[in-house]
Design a protein around this ligand. Structure first.
Ligand SMILES: *Cc1c(COP(=O)(O)O)cnc(C)c1O
Length: 429
């Protein structure tokens, strides 16, 4: 006899209780193990992070901040959130960190709420130039409830058009300016953005979602000395659990930012995620993380160079971040057909608009590649050069309209499996 809700409730594993869900999870682990992951928003977390996500902390509900909760029994939750906050502050050298945002978009939304009223003007990078949905895309709440004006990149070199930033800022006098994007491969001149923001009395938000690990590892300039507020995701280049961070050195913003997150846009804390954030931030404070950050940058540049050497057009001619953008227009290909072919070849990436793209977002004329996940599993420049040649072979084959594409894709997929077999990730479950 058991008083549990059903047999095995407290002590049986997923495989026994729910074989359908278990099978899909195991298949996903296999997919990650065997393929080359080039999606820039992905990475591979540590076993310790996975463990932190799957504990009884998931049962605990708290609202508010450590020491000031609305529910009892929060002592251990407070320990964990305080560890995460202190580690984030140490890692990014700042006085304030909020570790509660459920995602990067939630972090940005909380910043909007902290500084703006509906209808206020915000200047941000156009999604089609590499911005992000949560920076005021017309399909996003930020774009529907705020008056969004955009800047873009120069069509000739793909770099941020500072003349346009200056012109738009002067003309529209935004309350907030946002820099940082999801497909912008180059280092951003944060000081220049701050000078423009100061000139028009705007707050500067720097969103470092895609390069936070490089900042943490000392391989990319930090926005924190320049922007009043910076946001980040923990799951991309920073190599942790899915979630967001808000950071600042301006301690007078603490109350505003705290209430922007809670009760502004969120309720209770996802405590198992905060525990996993503490783990990833602790890992990023280790000296080895600096080696990872250096390897990410070196690998990204090696992959970009290999692609260019093999006739592939890389926007801006390279990268200062974990990601790069490929323009397929000179090959006469769309991002959709190219990414599908690469996926069949075991190389997972995403289609992406390129500056001046005339294709709809569901098709696009570009691809985005990121090296964080590959770097985490141990790829160095030799492996990324090999991957670059594989990508180029597939793209050039597609462009030539090769009739034997299925054979080329299959041969590439075999090369991919042979490569990844030498760089194991989690032990087979
Ligand atoms: C990925 C990303 C985010 C956050 O996205 P979520 O999916 O909400 O976590 C925010 N800003 C930028 C620039 C990003 O690239």
């Amino acid at each position: 006899m058991t008083t549990a809700p059903h047999e095995g409730y407290f002590d049986q594993g997923l495989a026994a209780i729910d074989p359908d869900v278990h099978a899909a999870l195991i298949a996903e682990e296999d997919r990650q193990r065997d393929g080359v992951e080039l999606i820039a928003s992905e990475n591979i977390v540590s076993r310790a992070t996975l463990e932190a996500l799957g504990t009884a902390m998931v049962n605990k509900t708290v609202e508010g901040y450590p020491g000031r909760r609305y529910y009892g029994g929060a002592a251990h939750a407070d320990v964990i959130e305080t560890l995460a906050i202190d580690r984030a502050k140490a890692l990014f050298d700042c006085g304030y960190a909020n570790v509660q945002p459920h995602s990067g978009s939630q972090a940005n939304l909380a910043v909007f709420l902290a500084f703006l009223k509906p209808g206020d003007t915000v200047l941000s990078m156009d999604l089609s130039a590499g911005g992000h949905l949560s920076h005021g895309s017309s399909a996003n709440l930020t774009g529907k409830w705020f008056n969004i004006v955009h800047y873009g990149v120069r069509p000739d070199d793909g770099l941020i058009d500072f003349d346009e930033v200056l012109k738009q800022a002067g003309e529209h006098r935004p309350k907030m300016i946002i820099c940082g994007g999801s497909a912008y491969p180059r280092a951003i001149d944060f000081a220049r953005f701050r000078a423009i923001a100061d000139e028009v009395g705007a707050v500067l938000l720097a969103d470092m979602a895609h390069f936070a690990g490089l900042v943490a590892g000392g391989q990319h300039p930090s926005p924190i000395p320049h922007a009043q507020v910076s946001t980040a995701t923990t799951y991309k280049n920073l190599r942790g659990v899915r979630g967001g961070l808000i950071l600042t050195n301006q301690m007078d913003l603490e109350r505003k930012l705290n209430s922007g997150v809670f009760p502004g846009v969120q309720g209770s804390v996802i405590l198992n995620a905060v525990a996993a954030k503490a783990v990833c931030l602790g890992e990023a404070l280790r000296p080895e993380f600096k080696d990872y950050a250096l390897a990410v940058l070196t690998n990204a540049r090696a992959l970009a160079a290999t692609l260019m050497d093999n006739g592939i057009d890389v926007v801006t001619g390279g990268t200062d971040t974990p990601l790069m953008l490929v323009d397929l227009r000179n090959l006469g290909l769309t991002g959709a057909e190219a990414s599908e072919s690469l996926e069949r070849a075991g190389l997972t990436c995403n289609k992406n608009g390129v500056p001046g793209d005339t294709q709809p977002p569901t098709v696009t004329s570009g691809l985005r590649f990121g090296v964080s996940a590959g770097t985490t599993r141990g790829f160095r420049t030799a492996e990324f050069e090999a991957v670059g040649v594989m990508i180029a072979d597939v793209l050039n084959g597609l462009a030539k309209g090769k009739s034997d594409m299925p054979a080329l894709e299959a041969a590439t997929a075999r090369q991919v499996t042979a490569l990844t077999a030498n760089f194991p990730i989690y032990e087979k479950g």
